[in-house]
Design a protein. Structure first.
Length: 153
């Protein structure tokens, strides 16, 4: 074991927070953790939310304006979290919304290469019936990401 590495602090400088617009309970816990971390260590925070393809049905796709409205709702949610973070004293915060896709694929293939986080903070999905497997998104991201991931319950 390399004692030299054990004595070096592990510092995160770019934190990516994933929020789920339709699961505010898990998002609130993850937000509290990420905002505290970003504030206390004065690091960059990016808040991201994805319009999940699985949340759309054929009627949503065929009804004019429905997808735009859902995307606008997600954008407003991210803006709300940004304002909360700023109110808590987080100086360097940005938001990112993705219109549609599979959450973990979008985060892994698009968001991580763009933002380059060294820590991802996810909420543990609640037992809401709309979620297929509680905690699944955070677990899939943790399994596949090349950076540290914390799933907050």
């Amino acid at each position: 074991m390399d004692n030299e590495k054990l004595n070096q602090p592990l510092i995160f400088r770019r934190v990516l927070l994933t929020v789920d617009e339709d699961d505010p309970n898990s998002s609130i816990h993850a937000f509290r953790y990420a905002a505290t971390l970003a504030h206390d260590y004065q690091v960059k925070l990016c808040i991201v939310s994805v319009l999940e393809s699985d949340d759309l049905n054929i009627f949503d796709v065929m009804t004019p304006g429905t997808i735009d409205q859902r995307a606008d709702d997600i954008r407003k949610t991210v803006e709300h979290y940004i304002k909360l973070a700023q109110g808590l004293g987080v100086n360097d915060v940005q938001g990112l919304t993705i219109s549609a896709g599979d959450v973990d694929d979008v985060i892994l293939d698009r968001v991580i290469p763009e933002f380059k986080p060294d820590l991802i903070v996810c909420g543990s999905d609640t037992d809401d019936p709309s979620h297929r497997v509680p905690g699944a998104v955070g677990l899939r991201i943790a399994r596949r990401a090349n950076v540290s991931v914390i799933v907050v319950r």
